[in-house]
Design a protein around this ligand. Structure first.
Ligand SMILES: Cc1ncc(COP(=O)(O)O)c(C=O)c1O
Length: 424
């Protein structure tokens, strides 16, 4: 690439084989019958639980020429600012059930956090690596159980994210490396110290907990379906899903595939260009996950992962219609649009990882250069698009740099022009 040419807003790799799969064994394995209900029943018992809002950006939808834009707004989930706590909490619950030999019995949230459960469990320490949000969820879960938590973060993690984790009494270790290095270090130290890893990514011989984490995210989608039903919409036609290791995307695509089979919505994964391990895996095209290296230095901290979660990948390979990657300015544009809505649309607080799907949708819908890709997924006036605002303001300094001070601005070549609308 010419050094003076800015990076294209969207890199696009279609996955036509997903459209030929009516029922995926990977989906059935990850989401057995009854799991969505079980997950939701658990979360509903957590004090302070309430469904996160599903917001409609109706005026923006008209501007972009689509039928509707629905934003599942996780910016205040259980006061933790991100959806991630849904996964960590369900995984800890299932882990404790298994440890107490109660797999097939009910265990209420009150029983889970009771003194008698604590006495049976003894001293437990939970550990995990995180880019911030998952670690916060695990620290929150451990504090509810009166257990210790040790959380590993990479060297570029902001002080605000570290302090948010520490506020739940967890010990934070900063690793001189990337998120993936933190994952490896956490597992080595946990082995040496007898700690229990609650990871949101899997590896050989360690799949149960990451599967529970992924299942935990589906409460968000069960709620979405209930909320959409209230508007007369049976399901979205399109879902854009941001991805780091891919568990959130696999939970989303897997949920819709499990519920609707071949009638599922069209699905698009969005990653940062600097950490595009799923797009790279799709490009290689051998059906297996592949890593990408480098610094992974994107502003989308939650998506800065170079190694796909293998069990998530298996689901994504069967259920995702297009893998895409976007530079940082696409996420920054999404944040600013959420924060300064069109008159009549709601204001939404969205962090870098939360907002990239809106940025991607806008470039795709409006820019003539993406006409072919837009048409290939049938995006148009009848589309009801679901986006997940996966985080709120999880890093206040960075949030202000982007939203107030215009950091990661859109290059001149990719600024919006009224001619685009005229050409549509
Ligand atoms: C805010 C936010 N959005 C999305 C993701 C992506 O989730 P996953 O790593 O499961 O792909 C993360 C992961 O940490 C996150 O923190």
């Amino acid at each position: 690439m010419d050094m003076n040419t800015p990076e294209s807003p969207i890199e696009w790799v279609p996955n036509p084989r997903a459209g030929t799969i009516d029922s995926s064994p990977a989906v059935a394995a990850a989401f057995p019958d009854g799991i969505f209900q079980e997950v939701q029943t658990f979360h509903r018992q957590i004090p302070g639980y309430r469904p996160s809002p599903l917001r409609s950006l109706g005026n923006l939808a008209s501007m972009l020429g689509v039928g509707g834009i629905w934003v599942k707004d996780e910016s205040q989930r259980l006061d933790l600012n991100s959806f991630k706590v849904l996964g960590g909490s369900f995984a800890i619950y299932r882990f404790i059930k298994a440890k107490l030999g109660l797999e097939d019995q009910a265990l209420s949230f009150d029983e889970l956090v009771s003194e008698s459960t604590k006495a049976k469990l003894g001293d437990l320490t939970f550990a995990t690596a995180t880019d911030g949000n998952h670690g916060r969820g695990v620290a929150w879960g451990a504090s509810k159980l009166n257990c210790k938590a040790v959380i590993y973060v990479h060297k570029d993690t902001s002080i605000a994210r570290i302090e948010a984790i520490e506020s739940y009494g967890a010990e934070v270790h900063v690793i001189d490396g990337t998120y993936d290095d933190a994952v490896h270090q956490a597992s080595v130290d946990a082995e040496a110290n007898g700690w229990q890893i609650i990871s949101d990514t899997s590896w050989e011989g360690y799949t149960d907990i990451p599967r529970w984490v992924m299942q935990g995210y589906t409460t968000m989608l069960s709620e979405t379906q209930e909320q959409l039903a209230g508007t007369g919409i049976i399901k979205p036609t399109h879902v854009f899903m941001q991805a780091g290791v891919g568990s959130l995307a696999a939970a989303t695509a897997g949920f819709y595939s499990s519920r609707f089979g071949a009638d599922r919505p069209t699905t698009v994964v969005v990653e940062p260009t600097k950490a595009e391990c799923l797009l790279h895996s799709a490009k290689v095209g051998d059906g297996r996950p592949h890593n990408v290296g480098g610094d992974l230095n994107t502003i989308m901290a939650g998506l800065a992962c170079g190694e796909p979660n293998p069990i998530a990948w298996d689901v994504l390979w069967d259920t995702v219609d297009a893998f895409t990657a976007c530079p940082d300015y696409v996420a920054a544009k999404g944040m600013r649009v959420y924060a300064t809505p069109l008159a009549g649309d709601p204001f939404i607080v969205s962090g870098e990882s939360g907002a990239v799907t809106l940025g991607a949708l806008m470039f795709l819908a409006e820019f003539p250069q993406f006409r072919e890709q837009k048409d290939s997924i049938g995006l148009g006036p009848h589309s009801q698009v679901l986006l997940i605002n996966s985080e709120g303001n999880t890093d206040p300094d960075d949030f202000r740099h982007v939203v107030w001070e215009g950091a990661a601005s859109v290059p001149r070549e990719y600024r919006w022009s009224p001619e685009y609308r005229a050409a549509r």
